[in-house]
Design a protein around this ligand. Structure first.
Ligand SMILES: O=C(O)[C@@H](CO)OP(=O)(O)O
Length: 229
């Protein structure tokens, strides 16, 4: 046996975007609005739960989500499907609901039709607000502002758990998760422009005892909202 076995896997971080919401389905900027899941969104969340049960992962110790119902409701469906598909029965893990993991505030765009906004401001400007790191939609948050709060929270509340060896599930939102993935994967501002996480997207990171990422797996990344729209 070699002396250097490489970094030791300690914690497991699972990131999932919520299932499709009613405004996702209607091509409306959702941001801080609080629509329910569609039937399709419920199916996407159940699929995540079943997939998690099929993966060779440690039991989930703790879950984190945002206060918006598309996230909390997705988490409930994920856990029910996960428990139903798991070979061993496990108690449901505790959940922390925190505003730091809520979706980016789209400001004046919240609730507006994406195509109408593109007609008003031009497709290029709107794409910059939606996908660039620093673009600030009128009255809203840039990706940079969104990830600032989410990353501080991650480092303070979630990373210590991973270093202790816990398996943590975060159910959050498209842009909040893009920001977290940018930090976790060390993406540049140009690279994060290309990153789009569809509804029901799932990533699993293995973390070493110092909190560094060892590797990751990606599933259903280009779900319903995977393409440009
Ligand atoms: O409407 C939103 O809040 C987000 C996610 O659906 O939209 P976008 O795809 O522009 O990030």
């Amino acid at each position: 046996m070699t002396a250097d076995a490489g970094p030791r896997h300690t914690g497991t971080l699972i990131l999932s975007r919520h299932g499709q919401s009613e405004t996702n389905a209607s091509n409306i900027f959702t941001g801080i609005l609080d629509p329910p899941l569609t039937d399709r969104g419920i199916c996407e969340a159940r699929d995540i739960g079943a997939r998690l049960a099929a993966l060779d992962l440690p039991p989930i110790d703790h879950t984190f989500t945002s206060p918006l119902q598309r996230a909390t409701s997705s988490l409930s469906h994920i856990l029910v499907a996960y428990s139903a598909a798991s070979k061993r029965s496990r108690p449901s893990p505790p959940t922390t609901v925190t505003p730091e993991l809520t979706e980016r505030n789209y400001g004046e765009l919240n609730g507006r039709d994406k195509s109408e906004v593109a007609e008003q401001y031009g497709a290029e400007q709107v794409q910059l607000w939606r996908r660039s790191y620093r673009g600030v939609p009128p009255g809203g948050e840039s990706l940079e502002m969104t990830v600032d709060r989410a990353w501080v929270y991650y480092r303070r509340e979630i990373l210590p758990r991973l270093k202790r060896g816990e398996c943590v599930l975060i159910v959050s939102h498209g842009n909040t998760l893009r920001g977290l993935c940018m930090k976790l994967d060390g993406l540049s501002e140009d690279e994060v422009r290309q990153l789009q996480l569809g509804t029901g997207a799932l990533r699993v990171y293995r973390v070493d005892e110092e909190g560094h990422i060892i590797d990751s797996e990606r599933f259903a990344e280009n779900g319903l909202e995977g393409g440009p729209q």
